[in-house]
Every structure is written in structure tokens, then in C-alpha cells.
Design a protein around this ligand. Structure first.
Ligand code: ZN
Length: 234
């Protein structure tokens, strides 16, 4: 009995010491976490697409069908998805996002809401925000429930691949620097791991991918080797 009591006492002391160590460690963030957490917000131009009651209801219905979550609210996002626009002008992407037109999920299944990412990054590095970060966009099948979408302006002339387009962006200094600043800021704000900064072409293999209708992405924007190059620069 006495012995047990002593063991219990030592155990309690050990726990108290561990708690103290944990508390003090918590007060001094590790350098890697501090660097991410302190990433400043880059200049962002807000130009929100219309998102009224109709689009909110469409978004909640889409999320109910695909994710069994009847909501349009984005909370605690865990993924960033990189895209490119396939057009040379940010305006055409923005107009597509604003239109709220039916869009195809799988062959033959056309659904509302219209597509939209949260941001568009122009070739000169201008960052345009299209959606508040509290709303779910529709930009990557299987991930819209937890993903922030970034469209990067890059056209794809016929005969070129997604990899070619990714490479144009990776070598356009002003634009890629703006995307990196934006992603670092989002990672710090939402504690998003670098491994969860992914490309649309990789979305089906994300650990966060889920879609109860069986839909999958079939796109060529941001293939694995280019996402790896991007992650290495974060
Ligand atoms: Zn895409």
C-alpha cells in the first residue's frame, strides 16, 4: 500500500514535470512553426463574385450530395489546391466564377453552383480574392469541403501540356513569388501542412479526398513533379 502510494506520488511528480516542460515548450514556438505562423499577409485585392442566397443554397446542396455536409461554410481548411486558368486574362476566369452556371461533375451530371476558386493570381503578381475564406468554393472534386483554391493565370496554347503550363508559372518570378507569399500566409493562418498544398491534377490522391457520388478529377493542372518543385520553395 505504502509502496503503491509512493509509486503514485512519483508518477504524479513525473507528470507534473512533463506538464511543465510541455507548457514551457508551448510558450516558445519551434522555429519552423514560427516562420510559417508569422508569414505576413500579402497585398490582396478583394473583388468578390456574387454569392447570395441562391448560390449559398446551391452550394449547401452540392456539399450535401458530394460530402454529406449540408453547408456552404468553409471552416478549418486543411488543403490548398493550385490550379491554372488555361486562359491568358484574369477577367475571363473571374467572369466564369461570377456567372454561377451549371458545371459538369461527372459525364452527364451537370450541377449548380458555378465553379469558383478563392483567389486568382495574375501574371504581374496581383492577387485577386474572389471568395471570402468563410465560403466553400467549387474548384476541385473531393476537396471543396476543406480546400482553398488558387487559380494562377496561364494560357495553354494547343499542343502544350499541363506540365508545360506549370513550368511557365514556376519561371515567371513576379507571379510565382506572389503565389508563394499567399500560400505561406494561408499555411500560417490555418496551420496547413506543406504536404497538403497540392495540385488539381493530384487532388484524387489527397488524404482529404472524399466524394460520395464517386466523382473524380480529370485535369492536367499542376502535376506532381511541379507541385513538388513548388513545395520546395515554400
Ligand atoms: Zn484546376
Amino acid at each position: 500500500m505504502v509502496r503503491l502510494t509512493r509509486i503514485a506520488f512519483f508518477a504524479a511528480v513525473a507528470l507534473a514535470i512533463c506538464a511543465a516542460v510541455l507548457l514551457s515548450a508551448g510558450g516558445v514556438p519551434a522555429p519552423a512553426r514560427a516562420a510559417t505562423a508569422s508569414a505576413p499577409r500579402p497585398p490582396i485585392t478583394q473583388k468578390y463574385v456574387p454569392f447570395g442566397a441562391k448560390r449559398k443554397a446551391e452550394t449547401a446542396a452540392y456539399n450535401k450530395r458530394h460530402y454529406h455536409e449540408n453547408t456552404f461554410a468553409l471552416t478549418n481548411p486543411k488543403v490548398v489546391v493550385l490550379h491554372f486558368t488555361a486562359g491568358a486574362q484574369w477577367q475571363s476566369a473571374w467572369n466564369t466564377f461570377a456567372a454561377d452556371s451549371k458545371y459538369m461533375s461527372t459525364p452527364g451530371l451537370w450541377e449548380y453552383p458555378g465553379v469558383s476558386a478563392h483567389f486568382i493570381v495574375c501574371k504581374d503578381g496581383t492577387i485577386i480574392q474572389c471568395l471570402p475564406l468563410s465560403l466553400r468554393g467549387r474548384h476541385a472534386i473531393g476537396l471543396n469541403w476543406t480546400a482553398i483554391g488558387i487559380e494562377i493565370v496561364q494560357e495553354v496554347p494547343s499542343g502544350n501540356t499541363g506540365h508545360w503550363a506549370d513550368q511557365q508559372i514556376l519561371h515567371r518570378t513576379k507571379q510565382i513569388d506572389a503565389v508563394l507569399r499567399l500560400v505561406r500566409y494561408l499555411q500560417g493562418r490555418f496551420h496547413i501542412k506543406t504536404g497538403n498544398v497540392t495540385g488539381h491534377a493530384m487532388a484524387n490522391s489527397s488524404p482529404y479526398f472524399k466524394d460520395y457520388t464517386g466523382a473524380k478529377n480529370a485535369t492536367g493542372d499542376w502535376v506532381k513533379q511541379d507541385v513538388r518543385a513548388f513545395r520546395a520553395r515554400l
